[in-house]
Design a protein around this ligand. Structure first.
Ligand SMILES: [Zn+2]
Length: 229
């Protein structure tokens, strides 16, 4: 199971993106990040073994070396971030959007099934925690300029994910000119937040391989949001 077939963000029903209305960048782009130096309480809402909880905590921890937030892994089902491992999907609400989700409902889905375990489970966890901290998909960066081969892209996501053209537009092809989380650092092809892009999906010689660790760009971005010093 590759990340490209699974990680799409839940709809923003409580905070619709602005559609065609372009909002001023500087006013909106930091609106829904966590508070500086905040301790994020993280809970599991599904039955999750201690071993898997530890594995997830370890996989998420590289972010902590670069930010001023703290993760507190709590018992029980109440937390700022609530993880469900009993699911087929990977996704997470962005930043403090999680606070607007009703208590008891997951804010992050981290599918776990020994039989279908992705080869890069730690990388998937790192990616979803990037969302939870407020990072959006990197391939949707306004400066990504990916030379998509559109007919092939639509056919690919229809075949592999069962997505309509619209869903592919929304999750792969669109760029986040209007995002509340508009990134202030440069486009980074090596970001953990980038979908892998196979050569066949682009025109000419362009591909992005799936990443398993934080890139220098990821570190620069997140440390700019939550600077340690
Ligand atoms: Zn994602």
């Amino acid at each position: 199971m590759s990340r490209s077939t699974s990680c799409i963000q839940p709809p923003y029903s409580f905070n619709p993106l602005t559609g065609g209305i372009r909002q001023p960048r500087m006013i909106t782009h930091r609106r829904k990040y966590w508070d500086q130096h905040q301790t994020l309480r993280i809970a599991f809402v599904s039955a999750t073994s201690r071993a898997l909880q530890k594995e997830i905590a370890a996989a998420a921890s590289p972010w902590l070396e670069h930010i001023n937030l703290t993760f507190e892994w709590v018992k029980g089902k109440e937390g700022d971030i609530r993880i469900n491992t009993d699911t087929d999907v990977y996704n997470s609400y962005l930043g403090s959007d999680s606070l607007q989700i009703p208590a008891g409902e997951a804010t992050m889905n981290l599918s776990f099934n020994e039989a279908f375990r992705p080869e890069d489970y730690p990388g998937c966890v790192l990616h979803e925690f990037g969302h939870a901290l407020g990072a959006d998909h990197e391939h949707m960066h306004p400066e990504s300029n990916i030379p998509w081969d559109l007919p092939v892209v639509y056919e690919y996501y229809a075949r592999t994910n069962g997505w309509s053209q619209q869903k592919t537009d929304d999750n792969v092809l669109a760029t986040h000119e209007n995002s509340q989380f508009l990134k202030t650092t440069a486009y980074d092809k090596l970001s953990i937040m980038h979908y892998p892009v196979e050569q066949e999906l682009t025109v000419g010689d362009w591909e992005a391989t799936q990443q398993a660790i934080l890139s220098a760009g990821d570190i620069a971005h997140m440390s700019s949001l939550y600077p340690k010093a």
